[in-house]
Design a binder for this molecule. Structure first.
Ligand code: NAG
Ligand code: NAG
Length: 543
């Protein structure tokens, strides 16, 4: 006859440990006056009396108290680790992901304080280029997820101070491609009990919400047309999606823009079949489930902040700066993006030089497009060198591209005023400041002088005049209030604390008790444009 489960669970080793603890306490109390040896630990309250009482992670999983969430989470972690190499894999460099797994383990073992569901799973490429890329996406989300960014020169094992993690969550970043990390949404299923939110590229969120291997069955809302839907009956039980749709978060630098307020690579008409001005979202529950870097109408705004990288070096006094203007252009074709400037460059450079202003560029030469003559070429710079250079000149000049980039904010934070072009009068729409049909950077333009000067891109006289004004005017370092690190933290916190499930319940109730679905036109356009490329599961097509 075997021993009752409790005694098997509390094996001899466990009893010995208890013995050592008790004696340790008796000895320690008189020596150091320690009354609670775990006082410094972040043990969740209720650790001993909750549904997990008696849980022993060393014991067989069958002995876990069935109501103990942490036990189920711990077993999922074990199963997840066992699936490495088949369902997911990491490169040698992905130490960040490995340490996230270790941290999750400490959460569910009660060694550190974490929210009940501690995991934010993310798979945007943004996270992987962090510290290696100055793209707007990387600069933005790097600070939201990982405020303590790993910039060139810092050690790889520098503790990450994440805006998400500062709120107690663990951010695990994996790429949705087995060559990089995983296939078929496997981590969303294997880690379902741990996941608080799943942050994914907005296009990928559209795919997730229309794939029964990603969202749970009740939130899978297939297209009417069988050509664009998975057959739920064809999904192997082990691959049935587990995520409620309210845990799925779409991440997008550009947001879901109505047609005619497009940004780079955006076209709501071609990609989603939307009419002029029509609002739409990748997410079935609406744009609020989409994280964006600027205050786009209806979205969840987690601000882009350049403050941390800006503060890494002191501001250079005005009198010690070069009489130079730095052109905002990562690549040489930007000089010719707007036709008006193409033939005007020799005059612009000559007029600025005559006024005692040098013109500098850090652009890379692409497609044999030359950097206009007379411009001093500094070559491509690292993030830190770039920030230093921006802070050593007296103005930054935009020439049409890139749109709504973070760089002008870096400049203003370094007390360098910016001069940006416009080409049309903005409409009344709340989308206007973000749209490229009016200006290169409507948000910066709205800040006005002395931080942001504007010129009509058809008027090179005005360009030269505004640059000379900017170069001649000393300004103080400037960071818009909602782009400070403190604001990023605050908004991230509010975002994480939103009652997403409650909002979902309301939306479903207002939709006749059913979760909203993508409309058929969106599904159709998504396939026709090649944005949707999942292998569709159909009866009889299962491996
Ligand atoms: C379903 O989609 C297919 C492929 O695009 C199309 O040929 C067909 O007409 C659609 N059926 C309906 C009923 O719209
Ligand atoms: C161009 O800008 C200059 C200086 O701001 C201004 O005097 C001039 O009227 C403008 N030209 C046109 C055609 O708008």
């Amino acid at each position: 006859m075997s021993a009752p489960p409790l005694f098997r669970a509390l094996g001899r080793r466990t009893l010995a440990l208890v013995f050592v603890w008790v004696f340790g306490l008796v000895l320690l109390v008189p020596l150091f006056g320690v009354t609670n040896p775990v006082a410094g630990w972040a043990v969740p309250t209720g650790w001993a009396s909750d549904a997990c009482a008696g849980w022993d992670p060393h014991a067989a999983p069958e002995l876990d108290p069935p109501q103990c969430l942490r036990a189920r989470q711990f077993r999922q972690l074990q199963a997840f680790r066992a699936a490495e190499g088949t369902e997911w894999q990491l490169g040698n460099g992905d130490m960040r992901a490995r340490s996230a797994l270790d941290r999750l383990e400490r959460c569910v073992l009660g060694l550190i304080a974490c929210p009940e569901r501690p995991l934010v799973l993310g798979d945007m490429w943004y996270i992987f280029v962090k510290g290696h890329s100055e793209s707007g996406e990387a600069v933005w989300l790097g600070d939201v997820v990982c405020a303590g960014s790993r910039l060139a020169g810092t050690r790889a094992d520098t503790p990450q101070q994440d805006a998400v993690e500062e709120n107690g969550y663990v951010f695990l970043a994996l790429m949705p491609d087995l060559r990089r990390a995983y296939k078929n949404w496997a981590p969303t299923r294997l880690l379902s009990e741990l996941i608080y939110q799943y942050w994914t590229d907005a296009d990928q969120s559209f795919n997730c919400l229309s794939d029964p291997r990603c969202v749970r069955a009740e939130d899978y809302t297939p297209a009417t047309n069988a050509s664009y839907r998975h057959d739920l009956g064809a999904v192997p039980p082990s691959q049935l999606g587990q995520l409620p749709s309210w845990r799925v978060i779409g991440v997008s630098f550009w947001g879901s823009r109505p047609f005619s307020f497009d940004g780079a690579g955006q076209n709501a008409q071609y990609l989603w079949g939307k009419a002029e001005g029509e609002e739409w979202a990748w997410h079935t529950l609406g744009a609020k489930w989409q994280i964006v870097p600027y205050d786009y109408p209806g979205h969840s705004y987690l601000p882009l902040s350049i403050e941390q990288r800006c503060l890494q070096a002191p501001v250079v006094p005005y009198t010690e700066r070069k009489d130079a203007v730095l052109i905002l252009a990562k690549e040489s074709p930007y000089f010719y993006h707007k036709d008006y400037l193409t033939s005007a460059w020799p005059r612009i450079v000559a007029d600025l030089n005559d006024a005692g202003v040098e013109v500098w560029s850090t652009a890379k030469i692409v497609n044999d497009k030359p950097i206009p003559a007379g411009i001093k070429q500094l070559g491509q710079l690292s993030a830190a060198e770039y920030a230093r250079t921006v802070g050593s000149v007296k103005a930054m000049l935009g020439v049409g591209l890139p749109e709504i980039s973070p760089s002008p904010f870096v400049a203003m934070c370094k007390a360098t005023p910016v001069v940006m072009p416009y080409w049309d009068t903005p409409s009344e729409s709340a989308w206007a400041p973000f749209a490229s049909r009016y200006a290169q950077h409507g948000i910066v333009r709205a800040l006005g002088e002395p931080y942001a000067y504007s010129y009509d891109i058809r008027n090179t006289t005005e360009l030269v005049a505004r640059v000379i004004d900017a170069v001649g005017t000393e300004i103080q370092p400037f960071v818009p209030q909602d782009m400070t690190m403190a604001a990023v933290r605050e908004r991230t916190r509010a975002f994480l604390r939103t009652d997403w499930e409650g909002l979902y319940d309301d939306i479903v109730a207002n939709n006749g008790g059913r979760p909203p679905a993508h409309d058929d036109t969106m599904m159709e356009r998504c396939f026709a444009s090649g944005k949707c490329r999942p292998e569709l599961l159909a009866q009889g097509a299962v491996e």
